[in-house]
Design a protein around this ligand. Structure first.
Ligand SMILES: [Zn+2]
Length: 250
């Protein structure tokens, strides 16, 4: 048992050491190039269009970094942070291999990793955006409609038509019940909705019949709800109507 614990502890220490050391390795003696999207389209399968930046991390003794698109030197940065911003439209459409070369004060050179992307035209970028994003919006809309239909059906089955199709929630802020709204944000079985009594937004769920009954009982200490017309009243009304009709001109 003790041996197991010690083993586990040393394993844990090992993992922590590796996690701590990882950034140090990354910072090490190598030149690392990444491409950042500043404005534009960075899409599927490495297609890019717009304003992008080379960003390099280099060892402290670096004095200059050259940025290349294919074999064309596009810029030399002589000061950290090692950056260079460019427009993809300034270069030929198609696949490009980008890389950086670092220079140290001692005159050594370092090659970076390469980054490969396909420069596409603005209209191509938009076309892809439309092709992928519009269907996604459609799917989300469909999911919303289906979710709404399901909750309407469920509340009908529970006979909650008076409470609105989305059911009644109890406000956690002021403790009063309110009918949930269509515009409330659906979060699975919960909803982010606004209480009309106190005006506060909170995550609520449909209250059970028991919870509502308990709330009603607590809220009304005196005689409960005003009673509707009893059978005697109905009979009296009918007789009154009969009486009245006698004096109507026909
Ligand atoms: Zn409230």
């Amino acid at each position: 048992m003790v041996a197991y614990r010690t083993l586990r502890r040393s394993l844990l220490a090992g993992v922590v050491l590796v996690l701590l050391a990882a950034p140090l390795w990354a910072q090490g003696s190598e030149l690392k190039l990444t491409l950042r999207r500043d404005w534009g389209y960075g899409g599927f399968g490495g297609d890019i269009q717009g304003t992008f930046s080379f960003a390099a991390t280099a060892p402290p003794d670096t004095v200059a970094v050259d940025f290349y698109i294919d074999d064309q030197l596009v810029a030399t940065d002589t000061q950290a942070p090692w950056r260079y911003q460019f427009q993809t439209d300034d270069y030929a459409l198609g696949t490009h291999v980008m890389r950086a070369v670092g220079h140290t004060a001692a005159g050594a050179t370092m090659a970076s990793n390469t980054v490969t992307n396909t420069f596409v035209s603005a209209s191509q970028g938009q076309a892809v955006l439309v092709r992928f994003v519009l269907p996604l919006v459609g799917v989300l809309l469909l999911a919303f409609i289906i979710g709404t239909l399901i909750s309407v059906r469920r509340s009908r089955r529970q006979g909650g038509s008076a409470a609105g199709p989305w059911g009644v929630a109890i406000c956690p802020k002021c403790g009063r019940p309110f009918a949930m709204h269509l515009f409330g944000l659906n979060l699975g079985t919960r909803k982010y909705d606004r209480c009309p009594h106190c005006g506060k937004w909170s995550v609520v769920r449909r209250a059970s019949q028991a919870e509502l009954a308990a709330l009603e009982a607590a809220a009304a200490p005196g005689p409960a709800v005003t009673p509707g017309p009893g059978p005697d009243d109905v009979e009296a009304q009918r007789r009154q109507r009969l009486e009245d009709s006698r004096f109507e001109d026909v």
